[in-house]
Design a protein around this ligand. Structure first.
Ligand code: SF4
Ligand code: SF4
Ligand code: SF4
Length: 366
């Protein structure tokens, strides 16, 4: 009886574009079902199994009627689940969280709470060992969920830059006005597990949430509201440190800007550690070194994608365009200021989130 409510819940999650973790036969992945059991009590799952798929809000009174419970009782239960980041919504209307918020749920809180380490262990199993990352990072046909977004300063003058293609224009002119800095769950997870490899290089830091997710995390007191200018300044500071800028693979409706490392990030590791060369749409740029290059190799050390090597004949760095995602991180500390991004057409982001996730849903179910 208890198991079936969690399986019903898994089925609702599976209906979203990025699906939910499965085993090799397409059945609910056991560690993920255990994670659901860790996240929701049987009493909560009993009600939540009647929700629609993530992102579709359901009125409390409709849920109460489906679960055959008093509305007041159901509202109290849902508001408590919402407060601990297990649901999106507001009094009277709630939605299941999308899988990215759900499996990171505990990892937005810096302190280690009960169940966090067990949750992190289960993630190792369903996300890494059973390769759920292939669905999280993009469709099975290779459409990425995220795209790389460099900053203007890393792009050579006179290069064509399209609207929303670099971070400053994107944040100042295209992103939603509601912006919040929210603790990075990927580095929080490795930090809590005591295995964060980038500990001496980068802070745990924040993702920049946008629009409705920003308001959600602000309501939970997990997000700090920032202006567009403050978001730009934070982005620049983190790129300077060497983190890679990414956002949703769209030009509008974006929900997040991430500043990622190659050792903890659930997106970037597809390229740096796992077997997913389609993780992250590259920006339409690659770095080129000019005549002033002194061959110091600082840029090679900065690249987490191992896309730069030294050319023995010219004694200058050369780029492997298949590995390079056009993030611009390598250019920012060049002592000669001679390394800069040049146009290299290879990718087109989607216009809207609807187009992106419709494509991913179709490709995952073909
Ligand atoms: S995707 Fe990047 S910034 Fe976002 S949570 Fe993961 S590591 Fe942090
Ligand atoms: S070479 Fe590496 S650091 Fe430089 S733009 Fe490409 S991926 Fe980024
Ligand atoms: S950091 Fe600049 S000077 Fe040093 S090797 Fe790279 S391009 Fe040349």
């Amino acid at each position: 009886m208890t198991e079936s409510v969690y399986i019903n819940l898994w089925k609702k999650l599976y209906e979203q574009a990025q699906t939910a973790p499965t085993d090799a036969n397409g059945n609910p992945q056991p560690s993920f079902v255990k994670y659901l059991e860790l996240t929701y009590t049987p009493e909560e799952a009993e009600i939540l199994q009647h929700m629609d798929r993530p992102g579709r809000f359901v009125a409390t009174r409709n849920l109460a009627s489906l679960a055959d419970k008093p509305v007041e009782e159901v509202e109290v239960l849902l508001s408590l689940v919402h407060k601990r980041n297990g649901l999106l919504g507001m009094p009277g209307f709630y939605s299941l969280p999308p899988v990215p918020i759900l499996f990171n749920r505990n990892m937005f809180y810096p302190e280690v709470k009960d169940g966090d380490l067990e949750a992190a262990e289960l993630y190792q199993d369903y996300y890494i060992k059973d390769k759920f990352y292939r669905y999280y990072e993009g469709s099975m046909k290779g459409t990425p969920v995220f795209r790389t977004i460099p900053i203007e300063r890393s792009i050579a003058p006179q290069q064509k830059v399209l609207p929303a293609e670099e971070a400053h224009d994107f944040i100042l002119n295209h992103a939603p006005e509601e912006l919040a800095l929210v603790p990075c769950p990927c580095r929080t997870r490795t930090e809590k597990m005591g295995v964060r490899e980038c500990r001496d290089k980068f802070p745990v830091g924040f993702c920049i949430m946008m629009g409705l997710p920003a308001l959600h995390f602000e309501k939970l007191e997990l997000g700090k509201r920032v202006t567009r200018q403050e978001a730009v300044e934070y982005f620049d500071k983190m790129q300077e440190k060497g983190l890679v800028g990414q956002t949703d693979n769209t030009i509008t409706d974006n929900s997040i800007i991430c500043l990622c490392c190659g050792c903890c990030c659930s997106q970037l590791r597809g390229r740096t550690r796992w077997d997913n060369p389609d993780a992250i749409l590259p920006a339409n740029f690659i770095p080129v070194a000019g005549d002033d290059c002194i061959g110091c190799e600082l840029c090679i050390e900065r690249c987490m994608l191992e896309a730069l090597t030294m050319d023995d004949e010219t004694d200058r760095p050369v780029v492997d365009a298949d590995k390079c995602i056009g993030c611009g991180v390598c250019t920012l500390t060049c002592p000669q200021e001679t390394l800069a991004l040049h146009r290299h057409e290879r990718s087109t982001p989607f216009n809207t989130a609807r187009e992106l996730f419709k494509t991913i849903a179709l490709e995952n179910r073909e």
